[in-house]
Design a protein around this ligand. Structure first.
Ligand SMILES: [Zn+2]
Length: 82
């Protein structure tokens, strides 16, 4: 996992930005990069590479302990409100 995040961090200075898995936008600031658990640990997710994705800190924070499926539904609802 640490290796995975280090790999994403290395890409940023080269302008090869990892995409935030939660909003789909590039993460251009290394300080804004976090690793999100698709299925949160609190919901039974494991800290394994298949469950870890790059995400903006703010997106990760917003997602909180939602599963990825719940996040997709949440975003869909938010979109409809505007
Ligand atoms: Zn994001």
């Amino acid at each position: 996992m640490i290796k995975k995040i280090a790999k994403w961090k290395r890409r940023i200075p080269n302008g090869n930005y990892p995409l935030c898995y939660l909003c789909g936008k590039p993460i251009t600031d290394v300080n804004d990069l976090s690793q999100d658990h698709l299925t949160p640990v609190s919901r039974g997710g494991h800290t394994v590479p298949s469950n870890i994705v790059p995400a903006h800190k703010r997106c990760n924070h917003k997602k909180g302990d939602m599963t990825y499926e719940e996040w997709v539904i949440y975003q869909e609802r938010n979109r409809q409100r505007y």
